[in-house]
Design a protein around this ligand. Structure first.
Ligand SMILES: Nc1ncnc2c1ncn2[C@@H]1O[C@H](COP(=O)(O)OP(=O)(O)O)[C@@H](O)[C@H]1O
Ligand SMILES: [Mg+2]
Length: 352
């Protein structure tokens, strides 16, 4: 599946842009601040309902405008028309082939997209939130029922938390539902990560030469079922008014020689490890589903030395997915000669 048409209105510095994209390699070039990353954010928004640069989607709306709109068409089977609108008044609304999407995860199925940008190392360096999101993006794709499971689980936890705060005696009413759904979520994640391991090992050693391991931490003690963990943490839960055990606390521990990777790896090495995590997932998706995600590469050569850049290029080329690259120069043939080249200047996209 590739994005072949993109229309952007009022996103950051882009007033209006229309791009006819190629299913293979696309290059967006322009000077600093011209709007290259903004275009990638527009594409990412189509598949994720959010940006990769900010948690606050309102920041994406062009100054002085009430809303932004992004529209895209894919060439998949079936082809999809996907639209996302973010307004200051009404938040984010997504449409897939004319119908309002029930949740943002539906978008992710209609248009799978991944990004590698200069901030990719945060996947290794920062807290569990990013890694949970990374993990779930793949689980959503390989297990179609997962999105619904997750929705029902978060609802049950919210109810339990509300009870912990206002009617503590009632909180345990929610335990069976939280425990049942929580165990299913944890099992789906474990399956995905088990399947990912061989691809991950190949990808991380190929890219970085480092012996880095991924360990799944499901969000509660390994020794007891979730139902028991909920009982065990009950006093603490009541004190804080929130549920401390469950898959919403899961993480994927990135470790080297038994220590957290963020403590022992340089920023450049963390970047390679995070890239390997991203590429391994794309490979998993390609093997398990008929989906080939679109890969956005923002300034791909930044911070990588010659030999690591070569390995990166090799790994990306093997994936055979649609690429959208940005560069300060009109030529960037690292991944082969791009089929389409777009020039951005002060928020306007034109021919080369
Ligand atoms: N909400 C906004 N409204 C208007 N302009 C914005 C907004 N947010 C950022 N910008 C501007 O958009 C420009 C393009 O940024 P960016 O896409 O990061 O450029 P590039 O990646 O080409 O260096 C910047 O000059 C920035 O000041
Ligand atoms: Mg940029």
């Amino acid at each position: 599946m590739s994005l072949i048409e993109l229309t952007v209105e009022d996103l950051r510095c882009l007033q209006r842009a229309e791009l006819a994209m190629d299913p293979r390699r696309n290059l967006i070039w322009g000077s600093n601040g011209s709007g290259k990353t903004s275009l990638l954010e527009a594409i990412f928004l189509l598949g994720r309902g959010r940006s990769f640069r900010t948690r606050n989607s309102e920041r994406l709306i062009r100054h002085g405008q009430p809303r932004l709109t992004v529209f895209g068409r894919t060439d998949g089977m079936p082809a999809q028309a996907v639209g996302v609108q973010v307004s200051r008044a009404g938040g984010t609304v997504a449409r897939i082939s004319g119908a309002t999407a029930g949740s943002l995860t539906e978008l992710s199925q209609a248009f799978p997209v991944q990004v590698i940008d200069p901030g990719v190392h945060k996947l290794v360096e920062e807290g569990g939130f990013r890694r949970r999101r990374w993990m779930d993006w793949a689980v959503f794709h390989v297990e179609p029922g997962f999105a619904d499971l997750w929705l029902r689980y978060t609802r049950a936890v919210k109810q339990r938390n509300a009870a912990l705060r206002h009617q503590p005696a009632q909180a345990s009413v929610w335990d069976p539902e939280v425990a049942r759904l929580g165990e299913l979520i944890a099992a789906s994640r474990r399956n995905m990560l088990d399947e990912l391991q061989p691809l991950w090992r190949q990808s991380v050693s190929g890219l970085s030469g480092l012996d880095v391991e991924l360990h799944y931490s499901r969000g509660w003690s390994q020794d007891v079922p979730l139902a028991q963990a909920l009982v065990d943490s009950r006093v603490r839960d009541e004190g804080k008014g929130q549920t401390h055990s469950g898959p919403h606390r899961a993480d994927v521990l990135v470790r080297m020689a038994g220590r957290p990777a963020r403590e022992v790896l340089s920023r450049g090495q963390q970047k390679l490890v995070a890239i390997a995590m991203t590429l391994a997932q794309i490979q998993l998706l390609q093997e398990r589903t008929s989906l080939a995600p679109t890969l956005l590469l923002d300034d791909p050569a930044a911070e990588l030395d010659g030999s690591h850049l070569l390995r990166f290029i090799e790994e990306v080329s093997r994936l055979n997915c649609q690429l959208v690259l940005t560069s300060l120069q009109p030529q960037l043939d690292l991944f082969g000669k791009p089929e389409r080249v777009f020039h951005v200047e002060q928020g306007r996209v034109g021919p080369v």
